[in-house]
Ligand binder design. Structure first.
Ligand SMILES: CC(C)(COP(=O)(O)OP(=O)(O)OC[C@H]1O[C@@H](n2cnc3c(N)ncnc32)[C@H](O)[C@@H]1OP(=O)(O)O)[C@@H](O)C(=O)NCCC(=O)NCCS
Length: 239
């Protein structure tokens, strides 16, 4: 199914709708006309046009993902807001949503309100390695060293932490020690990331070669069409 990841969790079937766009693929007219009045006011107050565009693209994608999730047409009349810790939500809806962007692209996911999720995208740049290493604990450096401290493992670790922080809705407003990774396992194209304290959630991640995508889910989630779904994304993402 297009733009749907299917999951089973404790014998329940869950679907996660996703939408991705490259910023260069959409004109300002298309992006900004998708905003509600309330969202437009926020966009107008950003100091840079690039941030306003990124924000608008997040809303564009979340409305797209909402339409996929509800099997409806793209809604004109819904509006997103930010919760007390910056977590995005759709006003009047109990669905869970998550948004991530880089300077080139945006992705958004939407699922049942009963199923917490968090998404992150990172551009894959080896020049970021030093910065990521500086944020890791000694244990995490050892874990990444198993993968030769290679750039890919480092980016996966970092994207996993961000995705986990979004699932919790706090972002990095909690001590970083809480996001300590206890294990990363690579199976074919997919990485699985587990946390020391946060055993209730884990992350699946993939490297599309241009960027890393990481999706945080309740631990025990089984992705029925995971590889397929990520491969579909991969094709879109190879720009
Ligand atoms: C949440 C956080 C990890 C996002 O990482 P990032 O590198 O800034 O940006 P990303 O592209 O990955 O994600 C941005 C999106 O995260 C979402 N987000 C922001 N805060 C969030 C939260 N608490 N929970 C879940 N999602 C959140 C937003 O939708 C945002 O996009 P939008 O502003 O266009 O709506 C990071 O911003 C954070 O930890 N913030 C909290 C701490 C903070 O504010 N520090 C700054 C002051 S010291």
């Amino acid at each position: 199914m297009k733009n749907l990841i299917e999951i089973t969790y404790q014998e329940k079937k869950i679907k996660i709708a996703w939408s991705f766009t490259l910023l260069d693929d959409l004109t300002d007219d298309v992006l900004f006309s998708s905003l509600s009045d309330q969202e437009r006011e926020i966009a107008d107050n950003f100091s840079s046009h690039s941030r306003a565009k990124e924000f608008a693209a997040g809303r564009y994608c979340i409305k797209d993902a909402f339409a996929v999730y509800t099997s409806g047409t793209k809604p004109q009349n819904i509006t997103t807001s930010a919760g007390v810790w910056g977590n995005p939500y759709i006003e009047g809806s109990d669905l869970n949503i998550s948004i991530a962007h880089t300077d080139k692209c945006v992705i958004a996911v939407c699922t049942s309100g009963s199923f917490p999720i968090g998404i992150d995208i990172e551009e894959y740049k080896s020049s970021n390695d030093e910065l990521i290493i500086s944020q890791l604990s000694d244990t995490e450096k050892k874990i990444a060293a198993v993968s030769s401290l290679d750039s890919e493992a480092l980016h996966i670790l970092w994207a996993a932490k961000e995705a986990a922080s979004k699932l919790l809705r706090t972002g990095f407003r909690l001590p970083m020690s809480l996001f300590e990774v206890s294990n990363i396992i690579q199976e074919q194209e997919i990485w699985h990331v587990y946390f020391d304290s946060l055993e209730v959630l884990s992350v699946i991640a993939a490297n599309t070669k241009s960027r890393i995508v990481a999706l945080a889910l309740p631990t025990g989630s089984i992705i029925v069409n995971g590889l397929e779904a990520l491969c579909i994304m991969d094709k879109i993402w190879k720009d």
